[in-house]
Ligand binder design. Structure first.
Ligand code: B3K
Ligand code: ZN
Length: 880
């Protein structure tokens, strides 16, 4: 494990390297304990660099076993080799020279899952961000683009499959039961996109005909016996390839495209050129083992990694500060893809919920950072919701400001101008300025400034003048290290909704630029006057969530009820209902805390019944609309002095009231929605199941355990089965039906840890203080492994992030247990430990007792000996 050096990397310190590596030839002699890597690098000194400039290559835990310069064994005083650096002092006078570097690795002892490791016997690599330096010494930075040729040698029996980036070359037998395969990738790429896989796997094959008629061989490699579960991923891949051609004119550029699913993986998937490596959770799906949410995730992640081929691989990042250049943009592209494949409104609501659940707490807490950070200690800690999700929102705003046509023109120019380059955020913004001739310098603050902007909106309508005056005031709350904020350019989409539910027109507007239903907010304060407005409108603000901001407006409950029924913008309609729910829950939790019985909001409860039965709305939309804000959502909106127990009580009370008042109608609808016919994972069928499961939860909250039990027993797919089990476990913990269902699930999926993860999660999120004991016990389950990130996330991750009452026990017992686990995990896998530790980022919002205990926990982690850079960075920033 690399311990912390305390080094801080700064954006302003960027400078190009003195040397380039134009070609990289790698030979891997694979062995579980002693793999030999021979790297032959064609190096060139950059113009103008003096020939006594040393060549400094990055390493991480490496052991140099041989070094030749231009074919001659290097003299001992020509270089210094340390595990984390190889410095060549005496560099040849010629501008171009060759280096041959031999290193030895032990894939089996690599538990960090970075560099070359083995997962279930399969050799695989993960190099982003800085894993290549665990394989060989290199200029391991994204602006060093090199053409790679790879030769893999392995045991024929253990590794019939041998893959790397690019196109396949020669393949033949070797003595001693070994064989080799060669690969060549013609596209220059940074080292973080290098990949290798070798092992014994099953395969699903297909082909894709590109827009210019080239045939691409597609293959998805999975564990033997699981081939059928890769069919959906293959379908999603082909749809992604066609979509990128149609919507962005992007064609695939190799003869083959390989995807490999592995079971030990630190994140979702990795976009290595021509050889995407996936967490098997995001490849394997069939109706018996995967929920509709799993299918949707697979579709999105397959698309995301595929889209990186252009946004990330063909055009990569100059340095890691530019991470959003590939991630935010590619998330935007996968969002658009899913919106086109499914329902746009439903997708948008889901995106906003994710943004608020994961990114808003970043912006509002100690880990706040701009979409393009200016400094980091450990880059792996910056693969955040801010870089990804807010980064995507920023791209979306560019499209909103410019319009679809200019946006596409800008993207075309980006691909044309920067293909084959390592680019920056400035390069990206410039293409849009060039095609639109608009000044995006104020807009660029979205990349540079952290924090969620806030708009306070006040509306005055004058009946006599038939004029509406909006006062819009912007503010950006301070974030750590950025106390003074500059004013942002915020595209605020809006509508003036008339009493018939239709948008009202206006004849003139002054005080701001308003076009296509979007106000360009740029100043601290705008007074916008609309004339010719026939009646007092209901204001629908931030339609489609046009900007990732918070808004306060003096709206009455009547206005919200009206918008929740009539807003033509389906996102804002959902928002109105969601705000009503949130307000009701905040009020109720305040009552509970004060020892009083919460009052139940009659009109809201009735509206829920109405929406459930609104057949003109698609079921998936109704399901989202009826879903109460989560306990974490409520806590975030309350913002300080959080008591999770009061929030849970309030939420349960409202769920029970909604379920009870609407009981008969919900039950009828539940029965009507029963799945008949063959299973299909399509969005419409999934939507019906989602609505039915939401209704099931309400009915159970109101006391009916029978339905959930019956659904569990009759379930014909995982969506029904897992939902019923979750409802039983949450609403009727410890009941005989719940216990029987948990046992049945375990027995059925015993041999399939990936599916058993659902069983771990369902139990980990059962509200209440006692769940800690369940979690402790489950870590002893034979299927549970601390070394496997999926298991850890399913049990410990779910418990700490989604079980507010269990994790934030008032006695601090869960925190103490959590700290022990984080420290244990970090010994093998620092990245996973650091990621887990971020669940404590909102500790300052807790009530004083829990806050003190959470601080103690963080301090205990921070004071542990020999902490990794990953974990130290997170805990120190969280405490700062
Ligand atoms: N680019 C990878 C993430 C790598 C994370 C490294 N710590 C997956 C993706 O965003 O597509
Ligand atoms: Zn990505």
């Amino acid at each position: 494990m690399r311990t912390d050096t305390g080094q801080v990397f700064k954006l302003e310190d960027y400078r190009p390297s003195d040397y380039l590596i134009e070609r990289t030839n790698l030979v891997f002699r694979l062995d579980a304990e002693r793999t030999e890597v021979v790297a032959e690098l064609a190096v060139r000194r950059r113009n103008g660099v003096s020939d006594d400039a040393p060549l400094i290559l990055d390493g991480d835990g490496l052991d140099l076993a041989g070094l030749e310069i231009d074919g001659i064994a290097a003299n001992a005083n020509a270089y210094t080799a340390a595990p984390d650096q190889l410095t060549i002092h005496a560099v040849p006078a010629d501008r171009q020279f060759r280096l041959k570097i031999v290193t030895r690795l032990s894939p089996d002892t690599n538990k960090a899952l970075m560099g070359l490791y083995r997962s279930n016997g399969v050799y695989c690599t993960q190099c982003e961000a800085e894993g290549f330096r665990r394989i060989t010494y290199f200029l391991d930075r994204p602006d060093i683009l090199s053409v790679y040729s790879v030769r893999i040698e392995a045991d024929r029996d253990a590794a019939p499959l041998m893959l790397s980036n690019g196109n396949p070359g020669k393949r033949s037998d070797l003595p001693d039961g070994r064989h080799f395969a060669e690969w060549h990738d013609p596209h220059p790429k940074p080292s973080y996109l290098f990949a290798l896989v070798a092992g014994d796997l099953g395969v699903v094959r297909d082909t894709f005909r590109t827009m210019t008629g080239r045939k691409v061989d597609l293959a998805i490699h999975v564990e033997h016996g699981k081939e059928a579960r890769a069919a959906y991923a293959m379908d999603a891949l082909k749809r992604s390839m066609a979509w990128d051609e149609e919507k962005f004119g992007r064609e695939y550029d190799l003869e083959v495209f390989n995807i490999v699913a592995v079971s030990d993986f630190n994140m979702g998937a990795m976009e290595n050129k021509g050889l995407n490596i996936f967490n098997d959770k995001y490849v394997l799906a069939d109706e018996d083992t995967a929920t509709d949410a799993d299918f949707a995730n697979i579709e999105a992640i397959i698309a995301h990694e595929y889209f990186h081929n252009w946004t990330g691989n063909r055009i990569t990042c100059r340095d890691w500060f530019q991470l959003c250049l590939k991630e935010g943009l590619t998330v935007y592209r996968d969002h658009e893809f899913s919106a086109d494949q499914r329902s746009r409104a439903v997708k948008r609501i889901a995106e906003v919920r994710t943004l608020r659940a994961h990114q808003f707490p970043e912006d509002q807490g100690p880990l706040a950072h701009p979409v393009r950070p200016r400094r980091y200690r450990e880059i792996n800690n910056f693969y955040t919701a801010t870089v990804y999700e807010k980064g995507s929102e920023v791209v979306r705003m560019i499209r909103t400001i410019l319009g679809g046509e200019l946006f596409r023109k800008g993207m075309d120019l980006y691909f044309k101008r920067h293909d084959g380059e390592a680019a920056t955020v400035e390069d990206f913004l410039r293409v849009f300025e060039d095609v639109s001739r608009r000044d995006l310098s104020q807009f660029a603050l979205w990349y540079h400034q952290a924090g969620t902007p806030h708009l306070a909106v006040d509306a005055r309508y004058s009946t006599s003048e038939r004029a509406l005056t909006l006062t819009i005031e912007q503010s950006v709350p301070p974030t750590p290290g950025e106390s003074r904020k500059r004013l942002m350019h915020i595209p605020l989409a809006f509508g003036l909704v008339g009493s018939d539910g239709k948008d009202l027109d206006w004849s003139a507007v002054e005080g701001a630029t308003v076009s296509d239903g979007v106000i360009d907010v740029r100043k601290r304060r705008h007074t916008v006057r609309f004339e010719g407005v026939e009646e007092r409108p209901c204001l629908s603000l931030n339609r489609e969530f046009s900007a990732p901001i918070t808004i306060s407006a003096e709206e009455t409950e009547e206005d919200r009820l009206f918008l929740a029924r009539h807003d033509s913008d389906l996102f804002s309609r959902w928002q109105a209902l969601n705000t009503l729910m949130t307000d009701a829950l905040i009020a109720a939790s305040g009552k509970v805390r004060g020892g009083r019985a919460p009052q139940m909001p009659g009109k809201l409860i009735a509206l829920c019944g109405e929406i459930a039965g609104s057949h003109e709305l698609e079921p998936a939309y109704r399901a989202l609309a009826l879903t109460l804000p989560s306990e974490t959502d409520i806590a975030r909106e309350i913002g300080s002095d959080i008591d999770p127990d009061a929030i849970l009580a309030a939420r349960n009370a409202l769920a029970a009231a909604i379920g009870k008042e609407n009981g008969a109608a919900f039950a009828r609808l539940y029965d009507e929605l029963a799945d008949t016919g063959a299973f299909s994972p399509d969005a419409a069928s999934a939507g019906k199941r989602a609505l039915r499961n939401v209704l099931l939860d309400y009915l159970a909250a109101a006391g009916d355990a029978e339905r959930a039990d019956a659904q569990f027993r009759a379930a014909t797919n995982m969506t029904e089965r897992a939902a019923a089990l979750g409802v039983l476990a949450n609403r009727h913990p410890g009941s005989p039906q719940t216990l029987a269902a948990l046992t049945a699930f375990e027995e059925r999926y015993r041999g399939d840890p990936l599916v058993l993860d659902k069983w771990f999660t369902i139990q980990a999120v059962v509200p209440g203080h006692e769940t800690l004991d369940t979690v402790r016990a489950l870590t002893k389950h034979p299927a549970f492994q601390f070394a496997n990130p999926n298991r850890v996330r399913a049990l410990i991750g779910a418990f700490s992030s989604a079980n507010q009452t269990g994790f934030h026990r008032p006695d601090g017992e869960s925190y103490r247990y959590f700290a022990d686990i984080v420290l244990e995990i970090e010994r093998g896998n620092p990245q996973l430990a650091a990621r887990l530790a971020t669940t404590l980022r909102s500790w300052r919002q807790l009530e004083p007792g829990r806050r003190a205990l959470a601080r103690e926990t963080l301090q205990r982690i921070a004071s542990a000996e020999g902490l990794s850079a990953d974990l130290r960075d997170i805990v120190e920033r969280t405490l700062a």
